[in-house]
Design a protein around this ligand. Sequence first.
Ligand code: DQA
Length: 149
Amino acid sequence: MTTSLIMVLNGPNLNLLGTREPAVYGTGTLDELETLCAETAEGLGVAIDFRQSNLEGELITWVQEARTNAAALIINPAGYSHTSIALMDAVSALDIPVIEVHLSNIHKRESFRHLSYVSLAADGVICGLGFAGYRLALIALSDILEEDQ
Ligand code: DQA
């Protein structure tokens, strides 16, 4: 049996985690988030490919890559959630389960954050739970992948 690969994509400014608005996003760094995801994945018997980019086109290219290279996708599109129809289109073209994650509760914040275009294409959305949201997304996707086998 081959190990399922879950791609974990992080959008703009998430490289600044730990120092960027810690009251909103917490004090944990992106490296610490990657370690948490890697440890969670190991416990679940799945593999992850964890990436971050500040560039919309690069994120779209990576989502397209997931069409053939990944069994599932976790994406925190960050600011592009609220602006990018192109990123939503790339997610819509996927035939694998997708969970969108936000560290903060976007519905509790400014009204321009209440709409995420990517949510219109994702299978599930988790927001407001900080790093735990990624852990829960990995658990849910590993369950879904197991059921599909
Ligand atoms: C975010 C929420 C977005 O509104 C914001 O632009 C981000 C991070 C989150 O994880 O809470 O950069 O996606």
